[in-house]
Design a protein around this ligand. Sequence first.
Ligand SMILES: Cc1cc2nc3c(=O)[nH]c(=O)nc-3n(C[C@H](O)[C@H](O)[C@H](O)COP(=O)(O)O)c2cc1C
Length: 221
Amino acid sequence: MTLLEVIRNRQSVRAFLKKPVTQEVLIQLLEAARFSPSGVNTQPWRVAVLGQQTMNAITDDYIRAKDNQEPDCPDYQYYPLEWREPYLQRRRACGLALYSAAGITKEDSVRRKEQWYKNYSFFGAPVGLMILIDSYLETGSWLDTGMFIQTLLLAARALGLETCPQAALSERPDIIRKHLKLTAELKVVCGIALGYADWSDPINQYRTEREPVEAFASWYE
Ligand SMILES: Cc1cc2nc3c(=O)[nH]c(=O)nc-3n(C[C@H](O)[C@H](O)[C@H](O)COP(=O)(O)O)c2cc1C
């Protein structure tokens, strides 16, 4: 697979095989990701690698918090509070494609909730990654961390693994900090579900669309 093929074929995967990921492969993955660029080589990313026991404890707390309708308290605001076009329409299309791949109608709020809750169990992946960042760092370091995440997603694919980055897991950073025994010095950026894809699951059988180059690129003499 060439790099361009890896980029073109990466997709978010939301159902995984039970097949474990070896420590050796995990190290290979992190070894690749550490070559991401960062402003003045600050390398601000931090990664927590979670096994099943820790993921289960996080899942339990998340489900309890969500069922009790406890408010989210993310360390940062990912999405705009008020959506405008063209982002609103893209967001809607994304949700629609996801739920229709799972055979869930717009009206079926029970199954929609069930599907969303799968976020909190890392979509059943054998490994969960939590991406963290020192709270004292500024926006530029978040940009660097985003690059690190993409390098990691691509490297995973090159190693035969699949991923789903998950902002859902940053909704309650207090739960993550509790189970990883972290102080508020580290902010929770997002989670990443990691493992071998279950391609037989319909949820993995749709691809999101992209705007053509003309929609986002401007050319100047
Ligand atoms: C930082 C980040 C956070 C995301 N959070 C979630 C999430 O919480 N749950 C989810 O199902 N997908 C999540 N996604 C996946 C996006 O929905 C997905 O990347 C987008 O629809 C494009 O599809 P693709 O990744 O299959 O190309 C996230 C993606 C990124 C980059």
